[in-house]
Design a protein. Sequence first.
Length: 160
Amino acid sequence: MIRLMTDPVTREYLGGAVDYASRQALELSPLGLSWGRWVLARREDDTMIGSITLDYDRGELELSYALLPECTGQGFAAEACLAVLGWAQETLEDGHVIAVTQTRNKRSVVLLRRLGFTVRKGLEEFGTQQLLMERSLADPLPSRDGPVQSPSDPPPPQQT
Ligand SMILES: CC(C)(COP(=O)(O)OP(=O)(O)OC[C@H]1O[C@@H](n2cnc3c(N)ncnc32)[C@H](O)[C@@H]1OP(=O)(O)O)[C@@H](O)C(=O)NCCC(=O)NCCS
């Protein structure tokens, strides 16, 4: 968890790595003990590769995720999101889920589009352009082996 908060690659679009004092505070805090936070671990050896979170910080069910840099590009984020969204469909009563990502975070935007999220609006937050994306929880989830973003999908809109 500390590495996820302090790795400069992981934190590139998340406001940067936390500073030394914050890191010391993190090491003393009960990391991950809030509702809706899962550790992602490799099945073979139980090594932690990232985390995925559901929360209601904006008043709506919100999904967020992070992989350690050496674990990207292998479909683990998509697999984890599908598992958590499937759990949410079965367990929660929310009709939809949102995700907020920096517009520049192309990997995250592609992942969300692959999962069926569409852009509700652009917004400016933490000094950068963000996309607030949403997806109905009533709609079926794409299959784990489904196609990645199709070339015919429209590009995300510019900041409004
Ligand atoms: C955002 C983030 C999770 C996306 O990770 P990712 O590696 O692009 O996503 P996935 O794990 O789903 O992997 C997708 C890649 O694996 C490939 N892949 C291989 N097997 C796959 C499978 N079975 N299913 C889906 N994709 C698969 C895809 O083709 C894709 O390849 P590409 O990178 O060449 O396009 C990651 O970049 C990250 O953790 N970033 C730092 C934290 C962050 O920015 N979080 C977002 C906060 S809003």
